[in-house]
Ligand binder design. Sequence first.
Ligand code: C2E
Ligand code: MG
Ligand code: MG
Ligand code: MG
Length: 290
Amino acid sequence: QHADTATSTSKKEGSNKYTFFHESMKLDLRRKMDLEKGMRRALENQEMSLCYQPQVFAKTAENRGVEALLRWHHPVFGSVSPYEFIQVAEESGQILAIGEWVLSKACEKLAEFNDHQPHKLTMSVNVSTLQLRSRGFVEMVKKYVKKHKINPSFLELEMTESVFIHSFDEAVTILNELREIGVKISLDDFGTGFSSLSYLRHLPINTLKIDKAFVQGMETDKDTEIMIDSVITMAHNMNLDVIAEGVENEWQLQAMKRYECDMVQGYHISHPLTEEMLGKYFEKKNDENS
Ligand code: C2E
Ligand code: MG
Ligand code: MG
Ligand code: MG
């Protein structure tokens, strides 16, 4: 028996490998299809919700605002990460409907928050590249700003550098139209994309968000620290505000203060919170400051 298998090893191994590869691809595809299908009903079944992660000024620890982060509780799979389902939503085009829901909900909440807050807060909303480039996006933003009577300068749209990959000029035109409405633009995950520092000056943006990989790499890697220092200095020279994301400990917070990073966000400040938890977070903060 042994001898038998030995003679046909290479062929068998080859085909086994192929089969194995094939099976795992099938599982992957299966899950994607299930997610895509489930997504069609997710909004009407109220499986999706927003949570909000506080952003604070580095120097004073005062509230700057929150980032709206989408959550999906699938009836079978349970909680699915946006890192996974946003991609599926983009591939299937469902990101347009989901993105509109996110924007509408975030604007509604922003109006509510700022009615009750002594200091006005900024609401950051993630916008996917597909959504930004979709027809009527600027009009849609206008519509929800008007509907909820919000001051547009407290609404910030977060996008990644991928927005600029295909047609740079077209993207810049859309961003300029958005800025005419008065909303702010933030460049998310900075440092992970095709970032060249010099191209930044050509972008109509207000805020630079340093990716958490850099914030977290800084502790063990001197080069990363030097890079963050120079990115912040350069951003300030271009009149951009800087947010560090993924701040998980006191050391990272102190380093960001040292480099005069304007704002910080991360588990060390607060995890993303449900609406209810956020209310309590604000109450506690207001008590501390009075
Ligand atoms: P992002 O916009 O870069 O958001 C930051 C992510 O880092 C969030 O993950 C947040 O929960 C997580 N995070 C915050 N603080 C820390 C920390 O201290 N340490 C670590 N390790 N992680 C931290 P989340 O909520 O899973 O979202 C993942 C990504 O999915 C987001 O990355 C964003 O690109 C996308 N996303 C989330 N909500 C939306 C949405 O409404 N629309 C679109 N288009 N994309 C969204
Ligand atoms: Mg973001
Ligand atoms: Mg980010
Ligand atoms: Mg991101």
